[in-house]
Design a protein around this ligand. Sequence first.
Ligand SMILES: NCc1cc(CSc2ccccc2)c2nc(N)[nH]c(=O)c2c1
Length: 382
Amino acid sequence: LTRPDAAPSEAPAFGFALHATDGTARRGTVTTAHGEIRTPAFMPVGTLGTVKCLYPEQVRATGADILLGNTYHLMLRPGAERVAGQGGLHRFMNWPHPILTDSGGFQVMSLAKLRKITEKGVTFQSHVDGSRHELTPERSLEIQGLLGSDIQMQLDECVALPADRREMERAMELSLRWAARSKAAFFGRRGHGLFGIVQGGDDEELRARSAAGLVEIGFDGYALGGLAVGEPQEVMFRVIEATAPALPADRPRYLMGVGTPQDILGGVARGIDMFDCVMPTRAGRHGLAYTRYGKVNLRNARHADDPRPLDAASDCPAARDWSRAYLHHLVRTGEALGAMLLTHVNVAYYQSLMAELRVAIETGRFAEVKAQIEADWARGDI
Ligand SMILES: NCc1cc(CSc2ccccc2)c2nc(N)[nH]c(=O)c2c1
């Protein structure tokens, strides 16, 4: 951990080291002011400054090296300046490890009311109280800087799929112009990085133009946006296969808002380093558990008398020390502990999957491990 009063020269520079590859799968380390991130990495989402239902130390104990914060939500509540006044997001939420924040544009388009996109940025009404706000590439980075996040994202425009080519091209070209403004506005304190976001929908030529444009501007890392937005999984995989090789091998690649364990396994196989998704946390609050043998819906009556834990071999206490019968009871009665335990199970499962993939790439056994994981999922939970 870098002491808050560390002289600038003491904070480590932002960086990425590639340690091993196995086919197109990569094993690396991202270095930030608040510590290192082992990749492939899954980043739990902490939208409002909390990974819902878990203490930060529980999240850390599952193996998470980095959390996500959400610019859109935090700018509305409690406000970026207020978080800065409290010492920044790391101090505010007591998470002294790396944090990545999104730029907010995606959430504006999916949550806010009366949204208007112009060359300058996006104006919108808060979904909370109807107050009016503006996000520009510059203001988004000012907010992310006030939050103190270690990895900051450019403001971009994501189109839902399917979309016509003109629409995908317009949004991709706007995002590229915003990328240039973001790079110009980014005051990267030592150990803090700025990522560009590749857009272009499911059109490989647009994706190639977006990637080339971002590489020319030059970023600390590159995200693939605009995926897992309604397209079939094979379309997402085709776009990743077309885009990843166009990105520098010595920079991290982040697939935004993805995904299911199956999406992640396929993304790692195709050269993606970082993932995030609300699925493990959201599913946990709805009684759904992710295990080595697939998903288990604890609402289902078949669990009412099952004394077995979810996974006796797990190193996560929530998966090992309580029965399915008890978890079923908690879920059916809506007890808070049900959401807490299943969120813990799910975040721990995602981290154990990433740990298994990191070792598989280090030891040159990725294809074999991938096949075994897929066989376990196919076996299902019995
Ligand atoms: N998979 C859909 C998705 C999700 C997010 C949100 S990822 C996220 C969510 C919460 C906190 C941090 C990151 C996106 N963010 C941006 N900026 N651009 C996209 O195209 C995009 C696509």
